[in-house]
Design a protein around this ligand. Structure first.
Ligand code: TXA
Ligand code: MG
Length: 313
């Protein structure tokens, strides 16, 4: 089934499908999401089944505005400050769940916390406003695989599982939202992402680690295998070995076969290209993908996080 161009009729078809408990491929400014009505247990169960996602890994609830978010989670002064400055946008807040929340426990993997995000993408916003309920939307890839940044990626991974895919063109950001936890008195960076750490720390001060006092990860997503290509990755490669293709940054080595994340060495451009380039290089069936060193500044922290987790897979 081909993706649908955004129009009043494709938007109402998407809203109707969600209302009926079916799944929709939905563009956001970060990556494409696999959207379901977060108040419908059959729909949310279908998300876990379609992705092959472990049931311990909770979903992000997407809402149209901060008022809707306040119905689901408990905001402290730091959550207020972050929401005011960065929503709509690629920030997810993990907050204590409200007793009266409409998002069902299955979408939260049974936790007493909830992940909330107000996306900026026009199509996502139109669907949220039309549905009038929170939408659970993990990245629309098979669990463990590279995230989707085009409608074609969604169809390749999950085409048989969705009622339809809305085509919003290539994702502008290309990296998932930054996840900040505000549940135990310490603000924690649970997942580096599309908003650099420095932008968040400028608003609420230094962020704590994503591990607790016993060094256990505080976000279930950190436990799962992620972002993996079938082809092995070799990180911080300074040479090219026989049979390898190159994921470059700031120029490909002479004679090398591969793709450059950003010829000018810009981490914003590299983020937008990361997943599409990984998918394209993976399709070549090379012995390995040699990944050029990427600086850890700005979006480099999140890019390196994704590559390190892909290499572990
Ligand atoms: O940009 C994004 O965030 C995209 C788009 C579609 O919005 N969504 C996305 O969802 O990346 P997903 O499911 O691929 O990643 C959600 C992350 C996971 O690492 C999950 O463990 C974490 O958020 N998360 C969700 N609820 C949580 C909670 N209550 N406590 C801690 N971590 C949570
Ligand atoms: Mg994901």
């Amino acid at each position: 089934m081909p993706p649908l161009a955004p129009s009043p009729s494709s938007l109402s078809a998407a809203i109707q499908a969600l209302r009926e408990g079916r799944l929709v491929g939905l563009p956001t400014e970060t990556v494409y999401g696999l959207a379901a009505d977060a108040t419908n247990s059959a729909a949310v169960a279908a998300v876990y089944a379609a992705k092959g996602r472990p049931a311990f890994n909770p979903l992000i609830a997407h809402v149209p505005d901060v008022e809707a978010a306040r119905n689901e989670g408990v905001f402290d002064h730091r959550a207020d400050a972050l929401a005011k400055a960065l929503w709509p946008g690629p920030l997810t807040l993990v907050l204590p769940v409200r007793e009266s929340a409409s998002v069902i426990p299955l979408a939260r993997a049974g936790l007493d916390t909830i992940a909330l995000r107000v996306p900026a993408h026009e199509i996502a916003r139109a669907v949220l406003a039309g549905l009038g309920r929170p939408v659970a939307a993990p990245s629309a890839n098979r669990s463990g695989h590279v995230s989707p940044t085009t409608a074609a990626h969604v169809i390749a991974d999950l085409g048989d599982r969705v009622a339809l895919v809305l085509d919003g063109g290539p994702s502008v950001g290309g990296l998932e939202s930054t996840v900040v936890g505000l549940v135990d008195g310490t603000a924690r960076l649970l997942r580096p992402g599309a908003i650099p750490r420095a932008a968040i720390e400028a608003l609420i001060g230094p962020l704590g680690a994503a591990t607790d006092h016993e060094n256990r990860p505080m976000s279930p997503g950190l436990l799962a295998r992620h972002y993996a290509t079938r082809t092995p990755l070799r990180l911080d490669a300074v040479d090219v070995r026989p049979g390898e293709v190159v994921l470059g940054f700031g120029g490909l080595p002479p004679g090398a076969h591969g793709l450059d994340l950003s010829p000018s060495g810009d981490t914003v451009e590299a983020a937008a290209n990361l997943y599409a380039h990984l998918r394209a290089l993976d399709a070549l069936g090379a012995a390995a993908i040699a990944v050029a060193p990427i600086p850890a500044e700005g979006l480099g922290e999140a890019i390196r996080d994704r590559l390190e987790r892909a290499a572990r897979g």
